[in-house]
Design a protein around this ligand. Sequence first.
Ligand SMILES: [Fe+2]
Ligand SMILES: [Fe+2]
Length: 289
Amino acid sequence: MEFSEKEIAPLSSIEVWEDDVLLRYPEEDAPKKAKEEYRNYDNPERDTVREFYRLNHKFQTFDFVKEKQAEFLKFNKAEMPIWEAFDFLNTLVDDSDPDTSLDQWQHLLQTSEAIRADGHPDWFVLTGLLHDMGKVLCLFGEAQWAVVGDTFPVGCQHSDRIVYAEYFEANPDAHDSKFNTKYGVYEPNCGLKNVNMSWGHDEYLYQMVKDYLPEEALYMIRYHSFYSQHRENAYEHLMDEHDHAMFEWVKKFNPYDLYSKLPTPPDTQALKPYYEELIKKYLPSTLKF
Ligand SMILES: [Fe+2]
Ligand SMILES: [Fe+2]
């Protein structure tokens, strides 16, 4: 399928999506003032977010996901050491909003540092550092709505607890009897390992690193944008016991992803030796993209 420029990049940058997630799920114990600010958020970017979800919900069909899996899970686009990959990811610069947005690297580092400060295991820290690496998909020319955005199961009925669920009306799967029933192509409680998720940076990175990290870390990577489950519990009918146990980790991870912005950015140079060791401990010298 070919998409126009407008369809590829409805947002001024992909961070606009995450800013909006933060509005939807403000920090529980955020100071009252901060919460007021969230509520008062009024911005023309709101409309671009709506357009982003309209496109996401329309085009993320079962067949689209299969097509993207076939294209990207060959991992034949590039091969590079992980530090080079961070630099590559960082070429995704948000020039629309220099005051409020962090570059990709700062978001990863702040997430991992917040996890480390709370004394979690080193693989959890590494998960924080890696979790958005799949966003390099944008640099391969993929549409924003096929890289970021809430993820959801494809091949079965779309939950009304997915943000802007009304836009699924334009998704052909919603009118296909193979796909539009509660279980669709799946069996009750078949386990998420048997479920295809909408395509984006979560699944892509999961597939890239699945041989190297503990399973808890892999769940955090694979489902960190699956808000309709980890925040809304809308897909328990597809999950098995093991998924439920592992989702405790997905839930543990989410606040670090959303709320770890620090006023002063961590010092990359000072932290580099620690992270070099950590990366060496778990990952091969290069990753295939
Ligand atoms: Fe993410
Ligand atoms: Fe993130």
